[in-house]
Design a protein. Sequence first.
Length: 89
Amino acid sequence: MTLRALPPAEFEALIAKPEFAPREGQNERWNAETFPRAAFLACVDTSDLTADEWSAFVDGSLSQGERESLFLAAISINARWPSGAVPNV
């Protein structure tokens, strides 16, 4: 499977959708229950499977840990967080 980062403006627009707003009383940037799957579906290559087919595959074939790793990968390529592996010079 191929994950492609969204353009920054598209990723920010995805985060801004009301259905992904942080939950009340939670310390989170986005809804941790709904946003990770949406981020994955927004950046997975759909040339082989549709978004609905990917969602069914994720739910029917992957363990919870595998799903979490996949969703985290999708968020990580889009969030462009600084890496401690790259030295500052």
